[in-house]
Design a protein around this ligand. Structure first.
Ligand code: CP
Length: 310
């Protein structure tokens, strides 16, 4: 098995095909084993610290649940206001301190590059749970695991990524993983929220076909998979621009009726208005199954970072 023992998890580009396949195998073993028992003792005595400087429901709670289900313990910075960050303590001093108490750190921070900065400051593994508009590699891995389960393969797909591609760290990480498997992409967004040019040119240099468009239906009908994302109000400095582009793309029953075939629809969540609740009944709507897969995947990653297998 690929050795993730003691490694940081910071960026989608750090994984090779063999790493992804090993992680998926481990997640699958854990998912199967969880049908027979609720928890394990593999990480007994180990402590995970969660440091979330931006809001989170899924990533923080699934990491905390994952650690507890593997038999380990969890400490959390809690709110920034309730910690010494509110007194002006730097990120590096904060993580250096926490590394004295914990065996692994999971961090979310608004600044791109902050997870790497934290990792460089400590000797224990650091896992990037989202660094501003940069990367969200564990989301990308759980997305790949979900694609594998829903479609039977994650190879040579045609994927429509829709929404806020400029600020979306989930899509920035996922294209890195899918590009290992010769996926083709439609990037669907308003002009002001296009995928950053350095990402599209990086993909094209790797020989990956990328088409940018504002037409979601045309892209979806040429794809196997729609990866929907939220237009992220919190990333806009000009709220009039947010008001102009919000609601640009909505998957609802009317849209579903125009699809030429059954589609798989993923979304990292949270959603606002871009997928209406009645779509949840559509068989290809996999975003809550995707949430569940996040638990298995993060149990696998934590185990592998400690060099344990199941
Ligand atoms: N997908 C995701 O990162 O969700 P949270 O912001 O709730 O953690």
């Amino acid at each position: 098995m690929t050795n993730l023992k003691g490694k940081d998890i910071l960026h989608g580009n750090q994984f090779l095909e063999k790493d992804i396949e090993a992680i998926i195998k481990m997640a699958s073993n854990i998912e199967k084993a969880l049908k027979k028992k609720d928890s394990f003792t593999l990480l007994k005595g180990k402590i995970l610290a969660t440091l979330f400087f931006e809001p989170s429901t899924r990533t923080r709670l699934s990491f905390e649940a994952a650690m507890q289900r593997m038999g380990g313990g969890v400490i959390s910075l809690g709110s920034v206001e309730g910690s010494s960050v509110a007194k002006g303590e730097t990120l590096t001093d904060t993580v250096r301190t926490i590394s004295q108490y914990a065996d692994v750190i999971v961090i979310r921070h608004p600044r791109t590059g902050s997870a790497k900065e934290a990792a460089d400051a400590v000797s224990i593994p650091v896992i990037n749970a989202g660094d501003g508009t940069g990367q969200h590699p564990t989301q990308a891995l759980l997305d790949i695991y979900t694609i594998y389960k829903e479609l039977g393969s994650f190879k040579e797909l045609v994927v429509s990524m829709v929404g806020d591609l400029k600020n979306g760290r989930t899509v920035h990480a996922l294209v890195e993983l899918l590009s290992l498997y010769q996926s083709r992409f439609y990037f669907v967004s308003p002009k002001s929220l296009r995928m950053p040019e350095e990402i599209t040119s990086h993909l094209r240099k790797k020989g990956i076909k990328v088409e940018e468009t504002e037409d979601m239906l045309k892209a979806a009908n040429a794809s196997n998979l729609i990866y929907m994302t939220r237009i992220q109000k919190e990333r806009f400095t000009d709220l009039t621009e947010y008001e102009r582009v919000k609601g640009s793309y909505i998957i609802d029953e009317t849209f579903l009726k125009k699809l030429r075939k059954k589609m798989t629809i993923l979304h990292p969540l949270p959603r606002v208005d871009e997928i209406t609740p009645e779509v949840d009944r559509y068989p290809g709507a996999a975003y809550f199954r995707q949430v569940k897969n996040g638990l298995f995947l993060r149990m696998a990653l934590l185990s592998m970072v400690f060099g344990k297998t199941l």
